[in-house]
Design a protein around this ligand. Structure first.
Ligand SMILES: [Zn+2]
Length: 194
C-alpha cells in the first residue's frame, strides 16, 4: 500500500479494546500529502474497528474518488470536508463513545477542561443534529468546526481531529474520560444533603 496504514489498524484496535467504539461503529482516517496531492486513508464501512487488516483500509482522493478497492466509511464526506477546511489536520477519529454520546443526547454540555490547550469557551463545541452519513452533516461540520480539535455531534457522537492520529486517539480518550467524570460528579451532587 502506498500509504502506511499501520497506525490506523492500531488505533482502531485501541479504540475497540477501550470500548470507545463497539460493533461496527466509529471511523478513522489519515491524510498523507504525496506530490502535492492529498491521499486519504479511511476505515471501511460495516466493519469492526477492532479487527481490521491493512488491505481493508480504503484510499481516496480529496474529492472522494476511490484509489483502491473497497467501500469507505459512510462518514467519508464528513472526513473530507474537515480536511478541506483544515490544512493543519491530518487525522480524524469519530466515535460514539458512551459517556460523551450520552451527553450529546441530553441538554447538558461537556465542559472544556485543562488539556485542550487554551480554554476559549466553557463547553465543547456542539453541532446540531443532521442525519449521520449525510452530505448535509458533512457540510455543517466543515462550516462549524472552526479551529476546534473536538466537536460534539448532537444525538450522535464526537469527532476529534489532529495533525497526527495518536493525538486524535488521545483526544477521543480524554473526552470520554471527562464526560464520565462530569457524569459521576453530577450524579453524586444530585442529593447534596444525603
Ligand atoms: Zn457516527
Amino acid at each position: 500500500m502506498v500509504v502506511n496504514v499501520k497506525d490506523i489498524i492500531e488505533v482502531g484496535k485501541n479504540l475497540y479494546n477501550q470500548k470507545l467504539v463497539s460493533g461496527k461503529s466509529g471511523n478513522i482516517s489519515i491524510r498523507v500529502k504525496r506530490d502535492g496531492t492529498d491521499i486519504i486513508a479511511i476505515t471501511p464501512t460495516l466493519r469492526s474497528l477492532g479487527d481490521l487488516n491493512e488491505e481493508d483500509i480504503v484510499l481516496v482522493d480529496l474529492n472522494g474518488n476511490l484509489l483502491t478497492s473497497g467501500t469507505p466509511s459512510s462518514e467519508l464526506n464528513l472526513h473530507l470536508e474537515v480536511y478541506k477546511v483544515r490544512d493543519d489536520v491530518n487525522a480524524i477519529v469519530h466515535t460514539h463513545s458512551p459517556y460523551a454520546t450520552g451527553f450529546s443526547f441530553s441538554s447538558k454540555k461537556i465542559k472544556r477542561l485543562e488539556g485542550f490547550g487554551k480554554i476559549k469557551t466553557p463547553f465543547l463545541k456542539e453541532i446540531d443534529y443532521i442525519t449521520p452519513g449525510s452530505i448535509e452533516l458533512a457540510k455543517s461540520v466543515g462550516e462549524n468546526i472552526g479551529d476546534e480539535d473536538v466537536v460534539v455531534l448532537k444525538e450522535h457522537g464526537i469527532l476529534t481531529v489532529s495533525e497526527n492520529i495518536k493525538e486524535a486517539e488521545s483526544l477521543a480518550n480524554f473526552i470520554e474520560e471527562i464526560a464520565k467524570t462530569q457524569f459521576v460528579s453530577h450524579m453524586l451532587n444530585l442529593n447534596p444533603n444525603k
